[in-house]
Design a protein around this ligand. Sequence first.
Ligand code: GLA
Length: 383
Amino acid sequence: MFVQSPPMGFNTWNTFMEEINEDLIKSTADMMVESGLLAAGYNYLVIDDCWALRERDAEGNLVADPEKFPSGMKAVADYVHSKGLKFGMYSCVGTMTCARYPGSYGHEYRDAKTFADWGVDFLKYDYCFRPKNTKGVDLYRKMAIALKKTGRDILFSACSWGHDETKEWIDATGANMWRATGDIKESWQHIRDLARQGAEMNFRNWANCFADLDMLVVGMNGEGACSITACNADEYRTHFGFWAMAGSPLMIGCDIRKMDETAKEILFNKDIIAINQDSDMNRPLQIAASDEQGDWNESGEDTYTLVKVLENGDIAVGFFNFSEKKMRRYVTPSMLGLDADMPIQFKVKDLWNGEYVELSNETLFRIIQPHCCEIYRYEVANG
Ligand code: GLA
C-alpha cells in the first residue's frame, strides 16, 4: 500500500485508554461525519489498545472483548465503513501489548488474517514485550509482509517510539508511518519536548513512511486519560501547527463528541491541513536562529522557523515559539529563494486568520509571544 500524504483520523488512546466500547466507536463514527471531520480529511477511526480478551481462543485467535464489543469487531468495522470512514485497530510486536493484552509475536500471519477478515484498514503496531534477541526491523517487516499477504490494503502504523534507531531501518520494513517519539501527554512540556525531538532529527519524513510525533491533544482541555495539565488555545494552535508543518500524521485524541469551538477552529483549518497534506511531501527546512539576527530568545532554544516548499511552488513559513521568552524573527525573499532574476510577485497569507499581511521592504518581520505560533503561505506568481 502506498500512502502519499500523512494519515489523518482519530485514535481512542489519549482520552479513553481502556474505557472503550462499541457505543463509543459508533457515536464517534457518527460525529466524525456530522461534525465535518471526515470531509476535512480525518478518515481513519482507530481503536487503540485494550479491545481484546486477555487470552486467545483455543485455536490461537485474538478475541474482541464481548463485554466491550458485544456485536463483534466485524460488525463494528461494518458500521464504521457504512459512515464512509476507514477502520483501524491495534496490536504489538511482543508477546503482550503495552497494556498486557495478547501481542502478535509468533501469531503475525494469523492476526493479520483476523484483522483482514474483520475489515481493518489500518494497524497500529506497538513495541512492548519484545522477546530478547529479536530485532525491531525483523518484527515490523514480518507483520508488514503478513498484512500484504492478506490481500487487503491495510495501512501499517509502526509504534517503536524512535527506539533502537528506528529512523535507520523503518522505511525498509514497509511501514507507512512510524512513531518517532515517546508518548504524548496533555501538558505543554510534553508537546514542547516532542517538537524538540522532531526538530532534532530534522523531520525525517518521506511519503509512504511518515514520522509520527504522536496523537494530537488539541481539544482535550485537561479531561482525557492522558491529560496532565490542560493546554490553552495558543498552545493547541502551536501544537497542531507544528505537527502539520512537520508532516506528522494528524490523529485526533480528544473526545470529538465534545469538541469546543477552539478545537474546531484549529482542527478544521483547511489552509494548515493543506500544508500538511501537500502532495510533494517536502521536509520543512529549519532556518537557524543565528541566521535571523536580533533574537530576543538569544539561543534560539525551543524556537523554530520552518520553511516548506509546496507542490505548486508556494512556500509555507511557520514561526513556533515553545520558549518562555518572546521570539523576534524576520524572513527576507532571499532566505526563501524569492530573490528572482525576473519580476516575481508574492502575497503572504496568515493561515490562522486568513488575511493577507503587508510586508515592509518585502520582509516578513514578526514578534511571536511565548507558546504561540504563526504560519504564513507565500503565494508566488511569476511575471
Ligand atoms: C504505547 C503507545 C501508545 C498506546 C499505548 C497502548 O505506550 O506508544 O500510543 O498505544 O502503548 O497501551
